[in-house]
Design a protein around this ligand. Structure first.
Ligand SMILES: [Zn+2]
Length: 563
């Protein structure tokens, strides 16, 4: 049917759209025309009342209508931009509920060691890089994982000293909880065999001589990183802009930045004010920053692009570097139970302070002991400081004692989890934890069955920032080669809908934003992604081959794939 807009009796009206007035009212006599319509598509809305649609209309930064092609065509005025989807699939803009924007941007600028298969491969990369560096210039890298090597031990730095005698080298492990450095770096940091261990950290040493061998774990990392010249404000801004561009390309329209300091907040505010943020950022302010003690929470700044209303705490380290705090020692290292960074009382105290000021609390906890400690701390805080809608979060909730699993739903604590951590760690997680304890690791199904929502994230740069990889990991518990067949502890898999929920509406919920984003519904923000395939129908391995065709944030096309 051809529509004759010129003969139409409808009168376009200008409506002032504000973020507190989501719905656009329409009477019988006036039609509000859309700025943009997307037609002829397969729209997965994540709105339970209207799960699929063909077309969608956008007015300003919000969704005007979701419906059939004929319904949405009625919203096409003479100035309306028409995007023909040609059967392509649209999903709500995906949200990464736990990531690190600045360090991701920085990783895009430094040596990318993710996926390296041996120490030699890394040494070659350092050698090549040192040829381009001035003497004394730091060589930084990120992403090594000794679990991917033939020899699965922490490396010693003898060969690293040979390939880079004049340039200090600091290579961060994939998890961010250990670094591998050379002698030059040690000498600049004045680390010797006489340097005492740091509380909450470890200097890996030669068992005979006591000489540091190159790896520093958790709090000991600071011994060296403190002498690495920090990024300038301008470099930080470049990193953030670089990361944002890459996220929009990956189909993300929002992120929860999980440990943000004052400079980053300033940069976000500057970019948002100029309308240049592009990506919606939910900030978890670093507990160590005084920002949250000096400022009130700020929500929905600059058209809903920036929200500062959460505080980030750390209760332990990571599993790979054996820094995660466990109730019983590691199965592959006698006498080592990891490191608890915060006691229950301290968590309670900080949580009370944050709740009092109107902030949400998000605490990193990997090991079962850390998770229990945080749950206890939260429970005590909620008794001392009752708040109606608190949505306290545990970031990772990675290894849980079976009796602690139902406590999340009982206490109303949100487990914020990263599906790709499971598929990266599954090769060695059983070594660390043993066959019994591992059953409570990455236990999505056990948690979902208690009625909680799981916001999904990637923890980038620890993992790739691609949310589709997270969805693939959630539904398969397999790596990209399809290993292991049937999936690792497959009972814990998510369904496709649960996985997409975790990267859309449930991630929005974790930021108190489920009423304005996370699904494609009238009045919500027009954040969406056009995909090359219907990821709800294809074989899971096809999810990995699905292209992000277009990313739309607040009704604006912010990324479009080049043909
Ligand atoms: Zn993290």
């Amino acid at each position: 049917m051809k529509l004759h807009w010129g003969n139409s009796l409808v009168i376009p009206v200008l409506l002032l759209l504000t973020s507190c007035e989501p719905a656009i009212r329409e009477t019988d006599s006036v039609t509000v025309f859309a700025d943009t319509v997307l037609i002829g598509g397969n729209i997965i809305t994540m709105d339970a009342g209207n799960p699929r649609a063909q077309a969608l209309a956008i007015k300003g930064d919000k969704i005007l209508l979701v419906g059939t092609d004929p319904e949405v065509r009625k919203k096409r005025g003479k100035n309306t931009k028409v995007i023909k989807l040609n059967g392509k699939t649209v999903v709500p803009g995906m949200i990464d509920a736990h990531c690190h924007v600045l360090s991701y941007g920085n990783s895009l600028r430094s040596l990318n060691l993710v996926g390296t298969k041996s120490l030699d491969e890394i040494l070659n990369m350092v050698k090549e890089k040192s040829k381009q560096c001035d003497p004394g210039e730091w060589i930084l890298g990120r992403g090594w994982d000794q679990n991917d090597w033939d020899e699965k031990k922490f490396p010693a730095n003898d060969k690293l000293n040979e390939v880079s005698p004049y340039n200090p080298v600091c290579l961060t492990r994939i998890c961010g909880h250990a670094v591998f450095v050379n002698k030059k770096a040690f000498s600049l940091a004045r680390v010797t065999k006489n340097t005492p261990d740091v509380p909450g950290g470890k200097i890996i040493r030669d068992s005979k001589t006591g000489e540091p061998t190159g790896v520093l774990v958790d709090n000991a990392i600071g011994l060296v990183t403190l002498v690495v010249p920090g990024l300038t404000f301008r470099q930080k801004r470049e990193c953030i802009e670089l990361a944002i561009r890459d996220c929009l390309k990956a189909g993300l329209t929002g992120v929860h930045d999980a440990n943000t300091g004052g400079d980053e907040i300033r940069i976000y505010k500057e970019l948002a004010k100029k309308g240049n943020l592009g990506l919606r950022v939910y900030v978890m302010i670093s507990a160590g920053s005084s920002y949250w003690l000096e400022n009130r929470p700020e929500t929905g700044l600059e058209g809903g692009f920036l929200t500062l209303r959460a505080v980030k705490l750390f209760s332990d380290g990571a599993l790979g570097s054996r820094g995660a705090a466990l109730l019983e020692p590691y199965s592959d290292e006698q006498g080592n139970s990891g490191l608890l960074l915060m006691e229950e009382g301290e968590i309670c105290k900080t949580a009370c302070e944050a709740l009092k000021r109107g902030f949400q609390v998000c605490t990193h906890a990997i090991g079962d002991k850390a998770n229990r400690t945080v749950l206890n701390g939260y429970e005590a805080a909620l008794k001392a400081m009752p708040v109606k809608d608190y949505r306290l979060r545990i970031e990772h909730a990675q290894v849980l004692a079976p009796e602690d699993i139902p406590r999340f739903s009982k206490l109303g604590v949100i487990p914020s989890m990263q599906p790709t951590h499971c598929t990266s760690d599954m090769y060695w997680a059983t070594d660390r934890l043993g066959t019994e304890r591992v059953k409570g690791a990455y236990a999505w199904r056990s948690l979902l069955d208690t009625g909680v929502r799981i916001p999904g994230g990637s923890d980038f740069p620890v993992e790739s920032n691609k949310p589709l990889w997270g969805i693939y990991a959630a539904v398969t518990r397999r790596d990209h080669k399809g290993f292991p067949q049937g999936g690792w502890h497959p009972k814990q898999r998510m369904t496709f809908t649960e996985a997409l929920r975790s990267f859309t509406i449930d991630a929005a919920y974790a930021a108190f934003e489920e009423d304005i984003k996370g699904s494609l519904e009238i009045g919500k923000l027009a954040d969406m992604v056009v995909l090359s395939k219907d990821i709800s129908k294809v074989a899971p391995k096809e999810i990995l081959k699905t292209e992000i065709e277009m990313t739309i944030v607040g009704g604006r096309i912010v990324y479009r794939r080049k043909e």
